[in-house]
Design a protein around this ligand. Structure first.
Ligand code: DAH
Length: 347
């Protein structure tokens, strides 16, 4: 019996030696010293032995078991070291290499200007309202004092939608300006009123560096008692100075829009001019054309359901796209909606 045991010990030690990896070693361990392993056979046989034999065999068995266990442990730590070394070799990282820059999203310049405009006017007590991009001819033209036959309809080349609204509202169009929301807001909220309407507008136009079929505007409307263009001037100087972060000036020139009387064009002092340095943006003029505005035409107030004998107000409309281009020095309007990430990443 002890002879058999010696064979098991010899074989076991050899097998442990041979184990090429941890899985192999585990198998071998099971085969020899596991619960159903080769050694367990000997333990079972002990039951039938005499007390004398039991003592001897027991000691021999324990010795063999300990020897095998120790061998397994030392082999295990050897294999573990080898595996770790291999892993380190394979997964080696050069920590001195420059890291990969995390990619951040960028706020689109138009979105940024939207936010700025809404925030500044919001702080001055203007509500920010919204309106439909698919508009009716009634709101886009008629209620703004631009009847069908009016030559001013030619001022804005229109996309018509192949679908009629109803008799009063007539055909559907892609709104050519944000002004229809003057009427919509008067209908919804009545007077007094103090709103801006930033939004996307559409014109049937050939595109070039300064023209797009799709661009953004901001409409402003203030209706109350005893309102004059002096209030508009104050509001615009405050708005522009906050937006550009420096003192800005405005000047009025006469202008024509059917929905205001009198109508004006408002120029702003060139935000890019430096003292004694002619500036390319304003071509040395010191002022840049900025927006159309005027006192709301009494007929427009009537269309909106407001009594022009009791209330008056002013309205303005400026190009948000143009403002973004100015603020961020973008020289081609087509970049803005190109969806080209190389453009967005610059802001
Ligand atoms: N809606 C005009 C346009 O798109 C801009 C405009 C001019 C708006 C005068 C106004 C205004 O509210 O009073 O060209």
């Amino acid at each position: 019996m002890t002879q058999d045991l010696e064979i098991v010990l010899k074989d076991g030690l050899a097998a442990i030696d041979k184990a090429a990896n941890l899985t192999d070693l585990e198998e071998t361990e099971k085969e020899y010293i596991g619960r159903k392993g080769k050694l367990s056979e000997f333990f079972k046989k002990m039951g039938a032995a005499t007390p004398e034999e039991k003592k001897e065999l027991g000691q021999a068995l324990n010795k063999v078991k300990t020897e095998l266990e120790e061998k397994v442990e030392s082999k295990r730590s050897l294999l573990k070291k080898a595996e770790l070394a291999e892993k380190l070799e394979k997964e080696w990282i050069d920590v001195t290499l420059p890291g990969e820059k995390p990619k951040y999203g960028h706020v689109h310049p138009l979105t940024q200007v939207y936010k700025d405009v809404e925030q500044i006017f919001g702080q001055m007590g203007f509500a920010v309202v919204d309106g439909p991009e698919v508009e009716s001819e009634y709101y886009n033209f008629e209620a703004l004092n631009i009847p069908e036959t009016h030559p001013a309809r030619d001022m804005q080349d229109t996309f018509f939608i192949d679908k009629a609204a109803d008799e009063k509202h007539r055909r559907l169009v892609l709104r050519t300006h944000t002004s229809p929301n003057q009427i919509r807001s008067m209908e919804t909220y009545g007077a007094p009123l103090r709103i801006i309407v930033p939004g996307r507008v559409f014109r049937y136009e050939a595109t070039d560096a300064t023209h797009e079929t799709t661009f953004d505007q901001v409409e402003g409307l203030l209706i109350d008692k005893d309102i004059s263009l002096a209030d508009l001037k104050g509001i615009m100087v405050e708005f522009l100075s906050r937006l550009f972060g420096k003192d800005m000036k405005v000047r009025f020139r006469p202008g024509y829009f059917p929905f205001v009387e009198p109508g004006i064009e408002l120029d702003i002092s060139c935000p890019f001019c430096k003292v004694n340095e002619p500036c390319k943006v304003c071509k040395g003029q010191r002022y840049i054309e900025f927006m159309g505005a005027g006192m709301v035409h009494p007929k427009v107030l009537e269309y909106g359901g407001i009594d022009p004998n009791e209330y008056q107000g002013w309205a303005f409309g400026f190009g948000l796209t143009r403002l973004a281009m100015m603020k961020y020095k973008i020289d081609d309007i087509r970049h803005l909606l190109s969806g080209d990430l190389r453009f967005n990443k610059q802001f």
